[in-house]
Design a protein. Structure first.
Length: 103
């Protein structure tokens, strides 16, 4: 079953798995990109004292580091992360979540 045939986020997570990869706001962008590459993912949740503080993605890296001439080893995740975190619950539909992501 492809993700488009799934009705809820819960169904999607059952198929994809529930592992959540995270990083701290103080980590370097280089460390974040290295972790994403190692795990084959495109984004990480940023946790501050165990609480969601933001998200950092490959898109954040491209737009806020590369295009601005910054250095990934000298820039912290907190400087480029997207915050606040927008989230939903597992009963939400895939379509509802896609709408949230494109706002």
């Amino acid at each position: 079953m492809g993700w488009s045939a799934m009705k809820t986020i819960g169904e999607l997570l059952k198929a994809k798995g529930r592992t959540i990869w995270s990083i701290t706001p103080e980590a370097s962008v280089y460390e974040a990109i290295e972790l994403m590459a190692d795990k084959g993912i495109g984004a990480l949740i940023v946790l501050n004292a165990g609480q969601p503080a933001g998200m950092v993605s490959e898109r954040d890296y491209a737009r806020k580091v590369i295009l601005k001439g910054r250095h990934s080893k000298e820039t912290t995740v907190s400087e480029i992360m997207t915050s606040p975190v927008i989230f939903s619950d597992t009963a939400s539909s895939v379509e509802e979540c896609m709408e949230l992501m494109t706002v």
